[in-house]
Design a protein around this ligand. Structure first.
Ligand SMILES: C[S@@+](CC[C@H](N)C(=O)[O-])C[C@H]1O[C@@H](n2cnc3c(N)ncnc32)[C@H](O)[C@@H]1O
Length: 200
C-alpha cells in the first residue's frame, strides 16, 4: 500500500495479535507503506479460503499483510514472501521465526516464481507492472498462479475518482487477461484492489 498504510491503523485496538506485532516492527523501522487495514481484511478473507494451500507475496515490507494472511490461513498453509530490502527482509524473517510454514526471502520479486505456482498470489512489491520503470507485469499462467488460484493487486486509485488515469494499460492488462476473471474492488474512496481468478 502507499504512504500512510501503517499509520492508518492508529487508534485501532481490535486487531489480530500478530498484526499488532508487525505494525510495531513497522513503526520501529519508520516504515509507513504497510497494507491498509481494508486491504488487510481483504487479504484475511482471501487467505481463509486457502487453508492447507500455498500463498506467495511480493514485497514483504514489515510483514503486515503477511500476518493478516497467516492469522486467517493457519499453520498448514505455506506462505512465501520476498522483499528486496535486506534489512526489512531480515526483520520480517525474524518476526516469523516461530512459524515453520512461513518463508521470507531477500531478493527481487522475480525470484518468487521458483516457489510457485501459488493458490493465492499477492503482488505488493513487484510483478504488477504498475509504476513507471517497473518490469512488465508478470504472466499469471507462467508458473505463478495455479489453476483456480487468485491474484491480488493492491494500491490502485478507484476508477473514475480524481487521480485515476483515464487510460491505464496496467489495469487493462489485469482486467482483460484472457486466463483471468478479474474485478476491481473499491476498498475506500482512495483505494482500490484488483482481484482475479485463474480460469484457464
Ligand atoms: C507496499 S510495501 C509492502 C507492504 C507489505 N506487503 C504489507 O502488506 O505491509 C512494498 C515493498 O516492496 C518492496 N519492493 C520494492 N521493489 C521490490 C522488488 N523489485 N522485489 C521485491 N520487493 C520489492 C519494498 O522494499 C517494500 O518493502
Amino acid at each position: 500500500m502507499s504512504v500512510g498504510g501503517s499509520s492508518a491503523y492508529a487508534g485501532m485496538e481490535d486487531l489480530p495479535r500478530l498484526v499488532k506485532a508487525a505494525l510495531a516492527a513497522a513503526a520501529e523501522e519508520g516504515f509507513d507503506n504497510s497494507c491498509a487495514p481494508q486491504q488487510g481484511r481483504l487479504l484475511s478473507l482471501l487467505a481463509a479460503g486457502q487453508v492447507g494451500r500455498s500463498i506467495g507475496e511480493t514485497g514483504t515490507g514489515c510483514g503486515v499483510g503477511l500476518v493478516w494472511m497467516l492469522e486467517a490461513a493457519g499453520p498448514s498453509t505455506s506462505i512465501t514472501s520476498i522483499e528486496l530490502d535486506p534489512h526489512r527482509a531480515e526483520r520480517s524473517a525474524g518476526l516469523f521465526a516461530g512459524c515453520p510454514n512461513v518463508t521470507v526471502l531477500n531478493g527481487d520479486w522475480s525470484g518468487l516464481r521458483a516457489h510457485g505456482p501459488f493458490d493465492l498470489l499477492v503482488l505488493d512489491g513487484g510483478g504488477k507492472g504498475k509504476n513507471v520503470g517497473d518490469d512488465p507485469p508478470l504472466d499469471p499462467t507462467d508458473g505463478w498462479v495455479a489453476m483456480g488460484g487468485t491474484v491480488v493487486l493492491d494500491d490502485f486509485t478507484p476508477a473514475g475518482e480524481p487521480g485515476a488515469p483515464l487510460h491505464d494499460p496496467v489495469r487493462d492488462y489485469w482486467l482483460g487477461h484472457p486466463a483471468l476473471r478479474t474485478t476491481e474492488l473499491r476498498l475506500s474512496p482512495t483505494l482500490a484492489t484488483l482481484v482475479g481468478m485463474r480460469v484457464r
